[in-house]
Design a binder for this molecule. Structure first.
Ligand code: 5RP
Length: 237
């Protein structure tokens, strides 16, 4: 196992220690969340966790939960979720996030917004001082609006590119049937709340990957003296 996967595994296992029986759990997306879902399935299978219901944040997490016999419940039938556990692409010191590296941020944000607690699990490569200096902000747009949205983002000093698929000709198509623009602003993102609202206000945009004031706790995996360990940083105020 390479060191990044070791960091992801240790933090995925630590996240499951925050889960209690009878919880409704938001099941995040991406490779770290997938490891967390597998750890969850182990705990359910062993009987340590009982009466867990999962809420999928993507086709990926839905399929994984089905394969691992984790009972699923539809987001629309719930008024609240006890705990959502998800990965992130960037985490700043105030726990503001960029998500959507897997193009799943629409449902991830819906689930996070309904959760009493959002627990973010990352390896330490995801911690940044300032958002969007290197990781582009994913923006989901309806298919026939992508060019128009790109022009508006360009007027906001954002350079964007249409995310292209691998193993398929053409663009990535999201779980909702839309496209993704990946946006790098010239100076990064200094005011995530403002940028989140401004981008979502562009006609044709469904949702962007800024998660502002949603995160309650972050668990970080790192390698110390060749051993994977977990810590929970305090939020900077
Ligand atoms: C998917 C996400 C993921 O949580 C994010 O991309 C992190 O993924 P990984 O754990 O594979 O690095 O937001 O839309």
């Amino acid at each position: 196992m390479d060191s990044q996967t070791q960091m992801k595994q240790v933090v995925a296992d630590a996240a499951i220690r925050e889960v209690k029986s009878d919880m409704v759990l938001g099941l995040g997306s991406g490779s770290t969340a997938a490891l967390m879902i597998k750890s969850l399935a182990d705990e359910i299978r062993s009987g340590k966790l009982q009466n867990i219901k999962g809420v999928a944040t993507s086709f990926q997490s839905e399929v994984l939960a089905l394969e691992l016999d984790i009972p699923l419940i539809d987001l629309a039938s719930l008024s609240q979720i006890d705990l959502a556990i998800d990965g992130a692409d960037e985490v700043d010191p105030g726990f503001q996030l960029i998500k959507g590296g897997g193009a799943c941020h629409v449902r991830e944000k819906l689930v996070a917004s309904k959760a009493n607690q959002l627990l973010i699990v990352v390896d330490e490569t995801k911690l940044v001082q300032n958002l969007n200096k290197s990781f582009p902000l994913p923006v989901e747009v309806i298919p026939n609006a992508w060019k128009q949205v790109q022009e508006v983002i360009s007027e906001m000093n954002g350079n964007s590119s249409l995310r292209m698929a691998t193993k398929k000709a053409g663009p990535v198509v999201t779980d909702q049937g839309n496209l993704i623009l990946d946006v790098l602003f010239n100076d990064g993102i200094k005011n995530p709340k403002d940028i989140e609202m401004k981008i979502n206000n562009i006609p044709g945009v469904l949702e962007n990957g800024l998660f502002v004031d949603l995160t309650d706790k972050v668990l970080v995996g790192k390698i110390e003296d060749n051993i994977p360990v977990v810590y929970s940083p305090s939020r900077a105020t």
